[in-house]
Ligand binder design. Structure first.
Ligand SMILES: Cc1ncc(C[n+]2csc(CCOP(=O)(O)OP(=O)(O)O)c2C)c(N)n1
Ligand SMILES: [Mg+2]
Length: 917
């Protein structure tokens, strides 16, 4: 063999990358043995602490003498917890194995049957409705041990359970268990992934929106489950530290895939968990070494790589690599060669062993070293083939979970080695096609049935029928007893929640008068004043959760630092540099603000935790997540989608919005399209208010709807940073503000040449008002200016109205709000906003007359607001020109005068289209 590298051996560079140290040559074995003997003696006589002390002392001495000792972030590729530290298994292994086998069978059958039934009805790449067998097949033991011994149900209070993020595409396993528990009827299982059937179906993945009394947390957009779990664990601490609830008994579990760890969100926030000492958090990474297309790290070792990353980040890492089948061998292996061989073989090779027989494993795995061949000389090939991996051994899994739940001061990650498609045999076990396998032929079903001992006859097995033992069977009784002892079923989500009485708009009229009227402030400042008042509100003040990703000062919120404090579990361990100032940087254990630092993904995760506290904890927390609007829907849209899926409630405040209102920051900051994104999110109600009172009305009415009326929605409100004088709220406009439009101002002109309707939103409403003046004074044109707070809400209402009318053609038609408001009003209508045109163009199909939209399509740039508004053609002159032009098209204004006006207003008719410049 000389220099040739053995198949499957780790390359030194790979070892270095995953923190492994290359094995070195022992030049003096008797000296080594003497040192090791001494160490054994110390361990036996004085224990582990003394060993640690001595090893550290040796290391320090060597470093003093300049000996370079590589920092090791990985341990050998064996179980972290040795057999000697393994607690006794508290359950009945035999019954649990039978239960698990039945759950495996039904989970598989659910997918196979659904696809048989729907084959030929389309679905992913032809075929049927799809689904996954192999993922749960690999993680059945990881879940079952937790279901039987760890997962806490909601208990008597209904809100005391563990919070669990199930790996999304392992959901057939969860349904299968719920079926045995009697929580889901067989008809539902028959309709896996067919949710529109009359008797109802089961959603593909965890979807609280679609199965609101079952699922709590959507996870299948990979990476979102893990990051949300971290912030959820921290939010549980926040609730405790702020005196809302003792959450100390509630663990947060996140089950994830090893392939999923490639997502930046999965690993991107793990240091928060260790920094905050979240010992209520447990990650279980199902390391089946495969993702969708093939191996996760064919040429490396995902468990070692993750161990290094998590250990480096300060987590408690527990590796569950080998089952008890290997204990005796490892114990007997004095040379350490077995652990070495285990460490040096790469994952792609381990995957290959799954599909090979014992003779191959003997030759290629043990055969590298003669000592190892000797070690297994009494093991038959069959035995070698059956030696399991750690994640399939309930005792090893139990050991890891027990250590994790008992661990103090750190979050724990369990890296469990499993086999993808475990039990599927030829149908996919360990095969690269395993992930997409959703069909099994008769022979494969027979083998699966026999392997797991399911009492289904040879004749029946081809149909993959469901199997459920009678309620009186030991299996069902056992499983029920275990869940009762643990506080009830999981997952489960309550659909009735406590309500919160919130203040009314009337309660805040005086506030609006004194804080807004006549003041030259921005809508951002108007919102911050409102927030400052809300946190002091007797009814709801404490429930408000302000969340910011390092932009409080940008929004002028720093006054809140001292007033309500920044949440820090450790309190404030230093004297802040600005402690002599009024709004100093105050961190406190009961601080209210979640100042997340520069992480929109983390902040959104906090929003999701706070926004679902009503269902998770039975407490109506009211999140206000305030951020740069450019870094919202565009950057963390998927997390907002998850928020919608999980029925989160709260307020997203998109600050510094508007392509031209945020002028100096230029490209990559100027947002004119977040409203375009937001319109696609069904539970998001998006508003672009112009005046501070509009924001206040939207927020106050929103709180009532969400927390008093129990509507499920997220409010998205953009606020701007342009200071201007805030007017007094006209009487009777509240309804219009909430529905999306109201008339703000009218200007009549004696002997007018015509009349136009000007729609304006956000800061651009003022340009429409200026245009109104120019039109009247220079061109004898009368106009009405409308404040449009939400095109999206208006469109939704108009759309559903039109739909109803279409489906009820013989009944008197309903009228949409926009139709009602514009009844008898003649165009032309000119809309202008600081958003892309498509936002206002939502109304095109519903406007009976000439409707023309101005907007800010194109990439941003740094300039003055005046220059930018001319560039994007949303300034008063642009609005005036558009109005005159549309009047001329109606024949009421001479075309020649429009051309003259363009000149007169100093508008360069040959300027390039801003979309492309
Ligand atoms: C963000 C995102 N990208 C892609 C997918 C599609 N997808 C679903 S499962 C999967 C492979 C998962 O591999 P792994 O995390 O190792 O889980 P396993 O099934 O092996 O347990 C992929 C790519 C997804 N669900 N989410
Ligand atoms: Mg995997």
């Amino acid at each position: 063999m000389a220099d040739a590298k053995l198949l499957g051996e780790v390359d030194p560079a790979v070892m270095a990358a995953s923190g492994q140290v290359e094995a070195q040559v022992d030049i003096d074995p008797s000296e080594t043995s003497e040192w090791l003997g001494s160490l054994d003696y110390v361990y036996k006589s004085k224990g582990a602490d003394r060993v640690r002390y001595l090893v550290k002392a040796l290391e320090n001495r060597a470093r003093r003498d300049g000996v370079e000792i590589p920092i090791e972030t990985t341990t050998p590729y064996i179980n972290t917890i040795p057999p000697t530290k393994q607690p006794a298994y508290p359950g009945n292994r035999e019954i649990e194995r039978r239960i698990k086998s039945i759950i495996r069978w039904n989970a598989m059958a659910m997918v196979v049957r659904a696809n048989k039934k729907t084959d030929g009805h389309g679905g992913l790449l032809g075929g049927g409705v799809g689904g996954h067998i192999s993922t749960f097949a690999s993680s059945a033991t990881l879940y079952e041990v937790a279901f039987n011994h760890f997962f806490r149900g909601r208990g008597e209070s209904g809100y005391d359970g563990d919070i669990i993020y199930f790996q999304g595409h392992a959901s057939p396993g969860m349904y299968s268990r719920a079926f045995l528990e009697g929580r889901l009827p067989q008809e539902k299982l028959e309709n896996f992934r067919q949710e529109l059937q009359p008797e109802g179906g089961l959603s593909s993945y965890p979807h609280p929106w679609l199965m609101p009394s079952f699922w709590e947390y959507p996870t299948v957009s990979m990476g979102l489950g893990p990051i949300m779990a971290i912030y959820q664990a921290r939010f549980n601490e926040y609730l405790k530290d702020r005196g809302f609830k003792d959450t100390s008994g509630q663990k947060v579990w996140a089950f994830l895939g090893d392939g999923e760890c490639d997502e930046p969100e999965t690993l991107g926030a793990i240091t928060l968990a260790s920094r905050e000492k979240l010992d209520n958090l447990i990650f279980v990474v199902n390391c089946n070494l495969q993702r969708l297309d093939g191996p996760v790290r064919g040429n490396g070792k995902i468990i070692q790589e993750l161990e290094a990353i998590f250990r480096g980040a300060g987590w408690n890492v527990i590796k569950v690599v080998w089952s008890s089948d290997w204990d005796a061998l490892l114990e007997k292996d004095d040379s350490g060669l077995l652990a070495q061989r285990m460490t040096e073989v790469v994952d792609g090779q381990y995957q290959k062993y799954v599909g090979m027989n014992g003779a191959y494993i003997r030759e290629h795995f043990f055969g590298k070293y003669p000592q190892l061949l000797k070690l297994v000389e009494n093991y038959s090939d069959e035995r070698l083939e059956k030696m399991k991996r750690g994640g399939h051994d309930p005792e090893k899994v139990y050991t890891a979970y027990k250590a994790a739940v008992d661990h103090k001061g750190q979050p724990t990650v369990i890296l469990a080695k499993t086999i993808k498609g475990y039990g599927l045999g030829e149908a996919g076990e360990g095969r690269n096609i395993a992930h997409n396998q959703k069909k099994m032929n008769e022979k494969e079903l027979l083998e699966f049935r026999s392997r797991f001992g399911i009492p289904i006859s040879d004749e029946e097995v081809g149909n993959a029928p469901f199997y459920k033992p009678p309620a009186s069977s030991n299996e069902i009784k056992y499983l029920q007893e275990r869940r009762t002892a643990l506080g009830g079923p999981v997952p489960s989500r309550p659909t009735e929640h406590p309500k919160l009485e919130v203040p009314t708009i009337d309660d805040y009229r005086k506030f609006m008068t004194t804080q807004y009227d006549g003041k030259s402030i921005s809508t951002t400042n108007g919102f911050v004043r409102l927030l400052g008042r809300l946190v002091k509100d007797k009814k709801i003040g404490a429930n408000i959760v302000p969340i910011v990703p390092d932009e409080s000062r940008t929004f002028g919120m720093e006054g809140l630092f001292r007033e309500i404090g920044i949440y820090a579990h450790a309190g404030q361990l230093y004297d802040p540099i600005d402690s002599d100032q009024i709004s100093y940087y105050k961190e406190a254990k009961d601080g209210q603000i979640l100042e997340e630092g520069i992480t929109e993904a983390g902040s959104m995760s906090s929003f999701n935790a706070a926004g679902t506290a009503y269902s998770a904890h039975g407490i109506n927390m009211i999140p206000f997540y305030i951020y740069y609007s450019m870094f919202g829907f565009q950057r963390v849209g998927d997390s907002i989608w998850a928020a919608a899926d999980m029925r989160a409630k709260g307020f997203l405040i998109g600050g510094t919005a508007g392509r031209t209102t945020l002028n100096g920051e230029g490209l990559q900051h100027q947002d004119g399209h977040s409203h375009l994104n937001a319109m696609a999110f069904p539970t998001v109600r998006a508003y672009d208010p112009a005046w501070a009172y509009e924001t206040a009305v939207i927020v106050l009415d929103g709180m009532r709807r969400l927390f008093q009326e129990d509507e499920t929605a997220i409010y998205y409100v953009t606020v701007h940073n342009e200071d201007y004088e805030m007017p007094t709220m006209p009487a009777g406009v509240e309804d219009g503000i909430i529905k999306g439009i109201y008339k703000y101002s009218s200007r009549d002109v004696e002997g007018a040449k015509g009349r136009v309707q000007l729609f304006g939103s956000g800061s651009i409403l003022r340009n429409a008002l200026e245009a109104q003046k120019i039109l009247a004074e220079k061109y004898d044109v009368a106009s009405d200016v409308w404040s449009v707070t939400s095109y999206t809400q208006l469109r939704r209402d108009a759309q559903s109205c039109e739909r109803w009318n279409m489906l009820h053609p013989d009944q008197s038609p309903r009228k949409s709000y926009i139709e009602t408001v514009l009844e008898g009003v003649k165009g032309p209508f000119i809309s202008s906003s600081d958003n892309v045109r498509a936002v206002a163009e939502q109304l095109l199909p519903y406007m009976s007359e000439d409707y023309y939209v101005l907007g800010t399509d194109g990439l941003g740039r740094s300039e003055t607001r005046t220059a930018l508004r001319r560039h994007f053609e949303v300034d008063a002159a642009s609005i005036t020109i558009a109005a005159l032009y549309r009047l001329s098209k109606q024949g009421v204004f001479p075309t020649s005068l429009v051309a003259a006006a363009i000149k007169d207003l100093g508008f360069d008719a040959e300027k390039p289209n801003p979309l492309y410049t």
